[in-house]
Ligand binder design. Structure first.
Ligand SMILES: *Cc1c(COP(=O)(O)O)cnc(C)c1O
Length: 443
């Protein structure tokens, strides 16, 4: 069994995270429950910040909040000297409500609405990452209306394909994101941006994919971006002050995954930047990166209560938990794999192989296939590891299932960061039109 961060098995044979016995957490907060190991989140953030400090380059480590965007997480990102990426008014609002400094917020997305752009302009965010020509001119016009000049990076698609799952790659040419480098769109975008009086072009952005385990893709992206920077300097007389290399740094979900230490990704990027820009006698740019998954992914654990089971002799045994694709859609969306333990009997021998099903009316609602566990009983607690990224963030109310609570644990203390949804929350936005009300209650 692989235990992340502060997780361990205590003397009672229970899983303990951040000094908290998960059986106590289940009793206090109920299940399903997302548990965040705060010390591990902070450790991951520091690994990035320290690796960049060692490079001597100017930098920003922007937490890609889409991985897990709640106010408590924004507050931790700020304390750990990170910047923050947002991709919608909802994420922006969350960050601002948490008191995150607007100048350290970067706004992403391939279809920012005029309302969203205006909200971000009014908040005074630090940078817009412009995705396409429509946005380029819209942003300039909206900034002009407010008499503002705003910092922008242009998102380019460098044509680097990182080794990853197809559904989550964005660096290849056929992508909905960004200005293509190969077909001249990126060049044209910079040429136009230079003439737009209300935009201040800081540089370019590239994001080559997700769950990447090698440095090669990042090196190739730096090669392309550096050559492009030199071309733009020579032909358009523009100098990039910032190069943003995106996120996508891989984490260990299961024994099949072999991520590199954070410092190795950072060193590969900063070494390549220093060598290319020095060689071109180009002032060293500031480097920005945008880790999401690798900040919060392995710090998250989802705790479930086992309910029913169904054994099909000679085929398999299904064990159902009190959550599923509503709190973790990744297995259904991407065939993602997870590891788990029986959290209340974690030191007992593994005696049977089961497949863990969710409770939704959907055959695809499976969390883990073929998991070895002690003999499972109704009422046992199952802890699924590495659910910190793209789980709560992607949770839904399918089947009108309530979204779980989130607790942050640290040094034996557990603090609620998001309340479990109530049944009233479930109907909170419903309106029953008068003509549909029952006569008896219409009066
Ligand atoms: C999703 C995304 C990230 C974060 O990706 P991770 O795999 O979570 O590190 C960073 N930048 C951009 C532009 C993204 O779309």
């Amino acid at each position: 069994m692989y235990l992340h961060g502060t997780s361990k098995i205590n003397a009672a044979g229970h899983l303990e995270i951040g000094g908290c016995d998960v059986k106590d957490l289940a009793a206090e907060f109920g299940t399903p429950l997302y548990i965040v190991d705060e010390a591990l989140v902070r450790q991951r953030a520091r690994e990035y910040v320290e690796a960049f400090r060692a490079s001597g380059l100017k930098f920003q480590v922007a937490y890609a909040s889409k991985a897990f965007c709640v106010m408590a997480m924004c507050a931790i990102a700020e304390q750990e000297d990170m910047s923050l990426d947002v991709v919608s008014e909802g994420e922006l609002y969350t960050a601002l409500q948490a008191g995150f400094p607007a100048q350290r917020i970067h706004f992403h997305g391939n279809n920012k609405t005029p309302d969203e752009i205006n909200m971000a302009l009014d908040a005074g965010i630090g940078c817009f990452v412009v995705d396409n020509f429509v946005e380029l001119h819209l942003l300039n016009a909206l900034a002009a209306d407010k008499g503002m000049k705003v910092n922008v990076l242009l998102r380019i698609t460098p044509g680097v394909e990182a080794h990853t799952h197809d559904y989550i790659s964005t660096g290849q040419q056929d992508s909905k994101f960004g200005f293509d480098l190969g077909n001249g769109a990126a060049y044209e975008a910079l040429k136009q941006a230079k003439e737009l009086a209300n935009l201040n072009v800081l540089g370019v952005h590239s994001h080559i994919g997700s769950q990447i385990f090698e440095v090669e893709g990042f090196r190739m992206a730096v090669d392309k971006v550096s050559a492009f920077a030199v071309q733009i300097r020579n032909e358009l007389d523009m100098t990039f002050q910032v190069i943003n290399l995106g996120g996508g740094f891989g984490i260990r979900y299961t024994s099949e995954d072999s991520p590199l230490p954070v410092a190795e990704y950072v060193k590969a990027i900063t070494d390549a930047i220093i060598s290319h820009f020095t060689e071109a006698e180009y002032p060293l740019p500031e480097i920005w990166v945008e880790p999401g998954r690798s900040i919060v992914g392995d710090a998250g654990t989802t705790l479930y209560t086992v309910g029913t089971s169904k054994e099909i002799p000679g085929v398999r045994k299904y064990v159902a938990v009190d959550g599923g694709m509503t709190d973790n859609p990744r297995p259904a969306l991407y065939q993602s794999k997870y590891e788990a333990v029986l959290a209340n009997r974690a030191n007992e021998p593994l005696e049977e192989t089961v497949s863990v099903a969710g409770k939704c009316c959907e055959s695809g609602d499976m969390l883990i296939w073929d998991l070895d566990l002690p003999k499972v009983q109704t009422g046992d607690l199952l802890a699924v590891f590495c659910t910190g990224a793209y789980n709560y963030a992607m949770a839904s109310n399918y089947n009108r299932i309530r979204k779980p609570a989130v607790v942050f644990v640290k040094d034996g203390e557990a603090d609620l960061a998001v309340k479990r949804e109530s049944l009233d929350d479930i109907v909170g936005n419903d309106v029953l039109p008068a003509r549909l009300r029952k006569a008896s209650s219409a009066q």
